[in-house]
Design a protein around this ligand. Structure first.
Ligand code: DGT
Ligand code: CA
Ligand code: CA
Ligand code: ZN
Length: 573
């Protein structure tokens, strides 16, 4: 279903995890992790490469290339099967808990015989963990937090994964004869950060052909239900897809209904009832006569309710119906509004592509400006130095305006230290066109310390953007515990933008945080945080998240013309 690159990357990453769990060679673990990331971000399809082509991918040597080739040919990686068999399933289950690494999971298994999340919870309740070496009350707290997060996310999958699946299915179904219209609905159309199942709609007179086609698509692993109104399948990746075929005359009403959210639908139905109408998935009707008043397009359905068309990203019952009635819906920021990306990496640090390639890919997206922001020295494994940074600046200056006149900004992604200090002194920071600053370590500090840290970073006159402000990783790392209201206040006061990081595992700030930050007058930067040319396109997920936070172009500094952006970056210094 997914790109072969993602599939191979996942297999190599799992292998690396299993080697790590079993206490294997750290060098081996790192080399498989690096290869997994490189393949995941490689622009060419690995399924089409031979051994030589594979070895041209950074961090892929002869031995890994051979394993990848064998895997692509047979669908099996024997080393992975062996590793899976050698590690108790319970230990693997424990490592799914965000924040619980393989090393600790193995200690829990060996010392206390714990091999399930439930047993772990019981052991914590009985205060058994705190006596283990390397554990303490704070660890117990963090693990409980991780378990809660795991249960919350349940079987939901990332927005990006679901989008890929849905777009592929729509491409197939929309080609079939008799397809008058097609779309995806549900949480995917609303661009929630995680997706429970994918809802696909087709407008056609005769459903059978579409239902059968879905059950026979290459990525379909299991047919859950095969009917005339609805067919549900499970894909190889475990994702459920519901297909509904609607009569073309009621496609708009169906799309409105199945887009949801449920809470939004309840609100619109109430409004219908108050106006002597009845709203269903088939249309909007006169309650008394039963005559259908509108059903073909969403616009017509909303218009009958006295509403403008409401963008799907707003349909969460967060005041959008009332705002629509008042004629005060926001003019949401769109991907076309974004003039440049302000947080990106190259292979000078942990990016995969050289500067030239990243810049060319950015220019292909039609950007007016683009910032290169590689990691700063305190992220020690990136081995950054003053000399390397200054040499990169020369290269950036030389490439400026070389692609369709696109302007390049030379920046960096600083590390906000445990006390809020940064990697370089002010006089060195002054040489950058902009600085992003992010938390990359000490995630479990106290609330007071974390708040102080983020506020202090905002107060630094050279920090323009706080990168991925809560550091969450969806399904694997909880957001840091900080007083976000204090951070929002500081960001607004100091003219520091907060990032809407568009990486699909981050989407940080999230929609609800954005809504709150907006109340303080905070400005935002929607950034890809790209580590490969293919990642620049993640921006769409950041834009969706920003829309869910009701942001307009005025709120988002990288929709502004460069002169206005530069004024903002000066931060009054
Ligand atoms: P998900 O799949 O958990 O990420 O979230 P959704 O919003 O896609 O939910 P899903 O797939 O259960 O249903 C798709 C849409 O269909 C939902 O957003 C609204 C509509 N819908 C489903 N069940 C109901 C219901 O019982 N009442 C109303 N008013 N709408 C419903
Ligand atoms: Ca759904
Ligand atoms: Ca569904
Ligand atoms: Zn970054």
């Amino acid at each position: 279903m997914a790109r072969a690159n993602d599939d191979v990357a996942a297999v190599l990453q799992e292998y690396a995890d299993l080697v790590a769990i079993s206490g294997g060679d750290a060098f081996r673990v790192r080399s498989y992790e690096k290869a997994a990331r490189a393949i995941g971000g490689y622009p060419a399809d690995v399924a089409r490469l031979d051994a030589k082509g594979l070895q041209e991918i950074p961090n892929v040597g002869k031995s890994i290339a051979e394993k990848v080739l064998a895997y692509l040919g047979t669908g099996r990686l024997p080393a992975l099967d062996e590793a899976r068999a050698a590690i108790p399933a319970g230990v693997r289950e424990l490592t799914r808990i965000p924040g619980l690494g393989p090393r600790k999971a193995l200690v829990l298994h060996d010392e206390l015989g714990i091999s399930s999340v439930q047993q772990l919870r019981d052991a914590i309740d009985a205060e058994k963990l705190r006596d283990l070496k390397g554990f303490g009350e704070r660890t117990e707290e963090n693990i409980l937090h991780g378990i809660a997060l795991l249960e919350q996310s349940g079987d939901r999958i990332l927005l990006s994964t679901a989008t890929d699946v849905a777009e592929r299915i729509l491409a197939e179904l929309s080609q079939l004869p008799g397809c008058r219209d097609s779309a995806y609905a549900g949480s995917l159309r609303r661009m929630r950060d995680t997706i429970g199942d994918v809802d696909v709609l087709v407008a056609a007179e005769r459903p059978a052909r579409f239902m059968t086609a879905l059950t026979r698509l290459p990525g379909t692993a299991e047919v859950i239900a095969h009917g005339d109104k609805k067919t549900s399948v499970r894909t190889e990746s475990g994702l459920q897809v519901d297909l509904r075929v609607l009569p073309p005359g009621s496609f708009g009403a169906g799309l409105q209904y199945f887009t949801g959210s449920k809470a939004h639908n309840i609100r619109t139905r109430e409004l219908a009832v108050r106006n002597g109408l009845k709203l269903s998935e088939y249309g909007i009707f006169d309650a008394e006569s039963g005559d259908v008043l509108a059903s073909e397009t969403e616009e017509e359905v909303y218009a009958r309710l006295g509403l403008p068309w409401i963008p799907p990203t707003l349909r969460e019952d967060r005041g959008e119906v009332a705002a629509g009635l008042r004629g005060e819906l926001p003019e949401l920021v769109t991907e076309e509004d974004v003039r440049g990306d302000l947080h990106t990496h190259t292979d000078l640090t942990d990016g995969l592509a050289p500067l030239e390639d990243m810049v060319a890919a950015a220019a292909d997206r039609g950007y007016a400006y683009y910032a290169v922001t590689d990691h700063a020295p305190n992220l020690a494994m990136q081995r950054m130095t003053d000399e390397k940074m200054l040499a990169q600046r020369e290269q950036v200056r030389a490439l400026d305006r070389k692609h369709h006149g696109m302007r390049l900004l030379h920046g960096t992604e600083l590390n906000i230290g445990p006390d809020g200090s940064l990697d370089w002194p002010d006089d060195f920071l002054a040489g950058f066109d902009l600085c992003v600053a992010s938390v990359h370590s000490h995630f479990t500090q106290s609330r007071t310390d974390l708040t102080h840290r983020l506020v202090r970073a905002c107060e630094n006159p050279y920090v323009n953007v706080i990168g991925h402000p809560t550091t969450r990783r969806i399904g694997s790392r909880p957001p840091v515990d900080a007083d976000l209201d204090a951070v929002f206040e500081a960001a607004a006061r100091t003219g520091t933008a907060l990032e809407v990081n568009a990486h699909p595992e981050r989407l940080d700030l999230c929609d609800e945080d954005i809504l709150r930050a907006r109340e303080y007058g905070v400005k935002f930067a929607i950034d890809s945080d790209a580590h490969a040319t293919t990642h620049l396109a993640y921006l769409r997920y950041g834009v969706g998240t920003a829309q869910r936070g009701w942001l307009t172009p005025d709120d988002v500094v990288n929709t502004w013309p460069l002169t206005k952006l530069r004024r903002f970056l000066r931060k009054g210094r």
